[in-house]
Design a protein around this ligand. Structure first.
Ligand code: NDP
Length: 263
């Protein structure tokens, strides 16, 4: 049975009720986990209020600001977990960012700044958060991140984020190799396209979804809840033998070759 009772789970990347992280947090809560949430702070405190209202039904026992580009905020998150929870069992890394200009146009025009920012927020942050989590995962643990097919194959309008996801996928493997001896598992979920704030920055997200609806074996894309269920599985003892993997939760789209070819 999927049971996360007694597990402390930190969930990053909830922006609103469309966020994949929101789908994951709900399923972890349903399975009995004690939830902590981080949000990206903004000067006017609007995100804090918005995300705070949304997550109320999950009774989060921690609610903390965390911009993954801000070292002192990251340190404060793990210090607070150590003080209030004593141990951490689950870390959900569900965030990414790239400037819109770096998601389209000629790839050769990608700026050094755009590349660095996208890779820092979307890929390096996993390793940085894993470093904070490692000493707190004293009973072992599970770290899950979110990736996309655009890190393996060229996908229109994904550009710099494709490179970031590729770096993220490889980070999962290096982290899994290191942390396995601490019984900490590290896996990624490669989700099919879902309408969210982040994906709306990727040009033509609705066209992508319609394309997947035509090609994917299940003839549809996936929901936040389906991704949340897969994440709950990867965080539970049911997946105790799985680490360093990318699990496709994409209605089967990834297996299809010659996508769009009509005979
Ligand atoms: P959301 O916009 O809902 O979530 C992205 C989150 O990243 C937001 O909460 C955002 O905060 C946060 N974020 C951005 N920059 C920072 C930062 N510097 N520090 C901390 N948090 C930050 O979109 P999704 O749910 O779609 O994205 C979640 C993950 O899923 C991403 O890794 C994405 O690439 C991946 N994914 C998404 C797919 C999709 O089709 N939607 C498909 C496959 C993977 P804020 O909004 O407050 O700025």
């Amino acid at each position: 049975m999927l049971d996360l009772t007694g597990k402390n789970a930190l969930v990053t990347g909830i922006a609103n009720n469309r966020s994949i992280a929101w789908g994951i947090a709900q399923q972890l809560h349903k399975a009995g986990a004690n939830i902590g949430v981080t949000y990206l702070p903004d000067p006017k405190g609007r995100f804090e209020k918005k995300v705070g209202e949304l997550v109320k039904p999950l009774n989060p026992s921690l609610f903390l600001p965390c911009d993954v580009q801000n070292e002192s905020q990251i340190e404060a998150v793990f210090e607070t977990i150590g003080q209030k929870w004593n141990k951490l069992d689950i870390l959900i890394h569900c965030l990414a960012f790239a400037d819109k200009n770096d998601l389209s146009g000629e790839f050769t025009n990608l700026s050094r700044e755009g590349f660095t920012k996208a890779l820092d927020i979307s890929a390096y942050s996993l390793t940085r958060l894993a470093k904070g989590a490692k000493p707190l995962m004293t009973d072992g643990g599970s770290i899950v991140t979110l990736t996309y097919l655009g890190g393996v194959k060229v996908v229109p309008n994904y550009n710099v984020m494709g490179v970031a996801k590729s770096a993220l996928d490889m980070s999962v493997r290096y982290l899994a190799a290191e942390l396995g001896s601490n019984n900490i598992r590290v896996n990624a979920i490669s989700a099919g396209p879902i309408r969210t704030l982040a994906s709306s920055a990727v040009g033509g997200i609705l066209d992508m979804i319609h394309h997947v609806e035509k090609i994917a074996p299940l003839r549809r894309t996936v929901t936040q809840t389906e991704v949340g269920n897969a994440a709950a599985f990867l965080c539970s003892d049911l997946s105790s033998g799985i680490t360093g993997q990318v699990l496709y939760v994409d209605a089967g789209y990834e297996i299809m070759g010659m996508a769009g070819f009509v005979s």
